[in-house]
Design a protein around this ligand. Structure first.
Ligand SMILES: Nc1ncnc2c1ncn2[C@@H]1O[C@H](COP(=O)(O)OS(=O)(=O)O)[C@@H](OP(=O)(O)O)[C@H]1O
Ligand SMILES: [Mg+2]
Ligand SMILES: [Mg+2]
Ligand SMILES: [Mg+2]
Length: 332
């Protein structure tokens, strides 16, 4: 299968998973459990989303394996029968099938043998990125990246709660194939041709003082005080806008933000490839630039983690060098 065909399958899979997530999130709101900090409903959605994406990809492109965030270990123990049952209902498949689909996501390129052909091309999947945002009823993303020869060559980024100009209802799926641009599609829809959407592009802002910067809601995921210093150095008066998940990449890719800062909170934290692959694909094809805090390209060839990088800086491009320099000064 060529890249276009793979991304077409990916769009179908991410759309199906987004619909599952929307339903679970609506149930949470109705049940009033959102604020209780109860992680189990989120777990249901994470597992169901991974089962749906992996199930569709197994049918459409059986040769490709998936590097997914979730695994079925927890579901296979007897004490979680109830959880497994709910996952199966939401995924719309028998329990055994859901487990099998989820475990298609357990591939680890770093431990596969040198001559294992599955290492050449695989998916990176975050079935729900921004689980905390999902719990709060705010932003989250279903993120699927395509990696070939250790490089991101395409991606699908579903953001069911992201408001989009000119659209009455929130929700968008951004799609990119390397070299062919980035497009936005509605979450609903049956035409999965990646190029049939509306072309998206980053902003052209380069004057530092007017940059619109975004960052994680969770202070454990990014050094918010350092980011506040960065925007001050750039001459921006507003603090960074906080937003959960890879919806931040989407905001920069669609030109409604200019930079996304993810500054390491502690030495040694290794970013996961599924937290960035889809976002990087979409943003780069929309004209943007992504590096780590030291200005290095993200290295997706190391397995499940971005072992050679620390933090992430994603921008529209024109402001990148200036933002990287300010981050360097703020981190000391
Ligand atoms: N210490 C640390 N540093 C950086 N990143 C971390 C850290 N711990 C977790 N994670 C990952 O953050 C992912 C969520 O991304 P965001 O911070 O953008 O969203 S949110 O504010 O948590 O909603 C989140 O992805 P999900 O688990 O899919 O939600 C984690 O993989
Ligand atoms: Mg994530
Ligand atoms: Mg996740
Ligand atoms: Mg997680």
């Amino acid at each position: 299968m060529n890249r276009d065909e793979l991304i077409e399958a990916g769009l179908e899979a991410v759309r199906a998973a987004c619909k599952v997530c929307v339903r679970v999130q609506a149930d949470l709101v109705n049940a009033g459990t959102l604020e209780k900090g109860d992680k189990s409903p989120v777990t249901v959605a994470d597992f169901a989303s991974q089962a749906v994406v992996c199930g569709i990809l197994a049918e459409r492109c059986p040769d490709l394996v998936v590097v997914g965030e979730e695994g079925s270990e927890e579901l296979r123990t007897g004490e979680h029968r109830d959880l497994l049952g709910r996952v199966a209902v939401h995924a719309g498949m028998p329990a055994e099938e859901a487990i099998e689909a989820i475990d298609r996501g357990s591939f680890d390129p770093a431990t596969a043998g040198d001559d294992d052909p599955r290492k050449d091309r695989y998916w990176a999947l975050d079935p729900i990125d921004g689980t905390k945002g999902f719990l709060r009823g705010e932003q989250y993303a279903v993120a699927l990246g395509l990696i070939e020869g250790g490089e991101v060559v395409g991606g699908v980024l579903g953001c069911p709660n992201l408001a989009v100009d000119g659209q009455d209802e929130p929700g968008v799926v951004l799609v990119a194939v390397k070299g062919a641009g980035a497009y936005r599609h509605p979450v609903e829809g049956t035409d999965h041709d990646p190029h049939h959407g509306r072309k998206i592009a980053v902003s052209e802002r380069s004057v530092p003082g007017v940059l619109r910067v975004c960052e994680s809601v969770e202070s454990g995921h990014t050094k918010q005080d350092a980011a506040a210093e960065v925007v001050r150095m750039l001459g921006v008066t507003a603090d960074p806008v906080r937003m959960d998940s890879q919806a931040k990449y989407a905001a920069v890719a669609m030109g409604v933000a200019d930079a996304y800062l993810r500054l390491p909170t502690r030495p040694g934290y290794v970013e996961r490839i599924w937290d960035h692959a889809a976002g990087v694909a979409v943003l780069e094809e929309a004209g943007g630039t992504v590096t780590d805090v030291d200005g290095r390209r993200l290295d997706f060839s190391k397995g499940r983690g971005l072992d050679n990088n620390r933090g992430v800086i994603a921008t529209n491009g024109p402001c990148h060098a200036e933002v990287v320099a300010a981050v360097g000064r703020a981190l000391g």
